[in-house]
Design a protein. Structure first.
Length: 136
């Protein structure tokens, strides 16, 4: 068999392999550089209510800061794990839940009373109530 025939077969097999690998989907497993949680914001006559999707983030890992005209929510979500790698099953097929440091900042158009701000966690959601200052 001549070298040119072997080369043509090798190129053909390489093309087949390339085509087959094109159908595979790999999830990017690089470390997260941070993420921005989704939120819903509501304005009432006497307050703002902010609902932030923070599923899997424990209360001690959440920071809420209120400053004049601004609300900042930040913290950390760790990779959700339940010890599967310890049991011998450790082939990662997908890592889609965002993790690492997070932050979200909102501009507030009205004066908020920082002494009356409250927050509660409910089913993975953080609800922040920002009462408005009583204006004279």
């Amino acid at each position: 068999m001549s070298r040119s025939v072997k080369l043509i077969r090798l190129v053909g097999k390489t093309g087949d392999l390339s085509y087959q690998m094109g159908g595979l989907h790999f999830t990017d497993t690089s470390p997260s550089r941070g993420w921005v949680p989704l939120l819903n914001a509501y304005r009432y006559e006497d307050r703002y209510e902010i609902c932030v999707d923070l599923a899997g983030v424990p209360k001690p890992d959440i920071e809420v800061e209120v400053s004049p005209g601004r609300l900042r929510i930040s913290g950390q979500r760790h990779v959700p794990e339940d010890g599967r790698c310890d049991s011998g099953c450790c082939q990662v097929l997908a890592l889609e839940i965002e993790n690492g440091r997070f932050w979200r900042e909102l501009a507030l158009s009205s004066a908020v009373d920082p002494e009356k701000v409250s927050a509660r966690q409910e089913n993975g959601l953080l609800w922040i109530v920002l009462p408005l200052k009583d204006l004279p």
